[in-house]
Ligand binder design. Structure first.
Ligand SMILES: NC(=O)c1ccc[n+]([C@@H]2O[C@H](COP(=O)([O-])OP(=O)(O)OC[C@H]3O[C@@H](n4cnc5c(N)ncnc54)[C@H](OP(=O)(O)O)[C@@H]3O)[C@@H](O)[C@H]2O)c1
Length: 263
């Protein structure tokens, strides 16, 4: 298991070819330590936490998927963030490109969740404006609880009807996604601690609506070039300031946590 520690600079200059020394083994954070670092802040209402990994030069994909980025430490945090969430929110593009299956956590996470008063598995909410998800896929066929599909009134009626056989289909907007409506639907279901696992189009809509409370950003030390998407793609420019709320490291990977600045 790759060691994750607090990010601490020695305060001394780093010579060419060196890196800031990694924390010693004793400083490695346990899963409980990490869960504490990533605990949801107190507060009412829906909080959306976005989790992304990027290359050093800002790409969120390498060869069309995020898999080559982040490595073991990022996967560990990814799983622990799921462990704490009421619901995982996902764009249909990511579900299709990354081959998502049903929303199930492992046994240790399930036990932790139940000990903390949560359902054994997080709920799964997918956003597909065109209702373009395969109703026969593992996402639905193997789901521990009926997933939610957020879609638009403009989606083809047959596709919505087919998905309604296997999911709760909720219309949030006529021709464009109504984020406030989506948030209200989650709130109504008591799904307030929301982990959004992407992708860029959904993330853009959430940033644009100023609905991102927290960004968990894993910064990989690999630069990749190319024309792959950034964390936000395809929306007009916006400006949202965040405060740094945490910085961990695993070798050269930084695990950063930013909270929306409200001051
Ligand atoms: N590095 C990372 O951490 C990370 C995380 C997640 C994803 N990714 C990568 O991102 C890529 C996918 O990008 P993407 O932009 O296609 O992702 P996406 O946001 O997951 O999916 C876009 C699709 O989801 C639906 N959707 C999302 N936002 C919508 C909105 N505001 N209104 C209506 N429908 C909306 C639409 O589905 P329909 O087409 O069905 O209408 C849209 O085509 C993949 O290559 C994946 O590997 C990387």
């Amino acid at each position: 298991m790759s060691a994750i520690t607090e990010f601490v600079s020695t305060g001394k200059p780093v010579s060419a070819g060196e890196r800031i020394p990694a924390g010693d083994a004793a400083a490695a954070l346990s899963d409980d330590d990490l869960l504490q670092r990533y605990a949801w802040p107190d507060g009412d209402g829906v909080r959306i936490r976005l989790n992304f990994v990027t290359s050093l030069d800002g790409a969120v994909t390498v060869g069309g998927v995020s898999g080559p980025l982040g490595g073991e430490a990022d996967h560990r945090v990814f799983d622990l963030l799921r462990r704490q969430a009421h619901v995982v929110l996902l764009g249909a593009g990511t579900a299709r490109d990354e081959g998502y299956g049903a929303m199930r956590v492992d046994e240790a996470s399930g036990a932790w969740r139940q000990a903390h008063g949560l359902a054994a598995h997080p709920a799964f909410a997918l956003v597909s404006g065109r209702a373009n998800l395969d109703p026969g896929s593992d996402i639905f066929a193997n789901a521990p609880t009926r997933p939610i599909v957020f879609t638009l009134a403009s989606a083809a009626a047959e596709r919505r009807a087919a998905l309604a056989e296997v999911a709760e289909v909720v219309v949030v907007g006529e021709t464009s996604l109504d984020i406030a409506g989506l948030v209200a639907e989650l709130h109504e279901r008591g799904l307030t601690d929301v982990l959004c696992e992407g992708g860029p189009r959904l993330a853009s809509a959430l940033f644009d609506a100023d609905a991102v409370a927290e960004l968990c950003l894993s910064l990989d030390s690999l630069a990749v070039g190319g024309s792959g998407p950034r964390l936000t793609s395809g929306v007009a420019a916006f400006s949202r300031r965040f405060h740094l709320a945490g910085a961990l490291r695993a070798e050269d990977l930084l695990l950063l946590r930013y909270r929306r600045a409200r001051d």
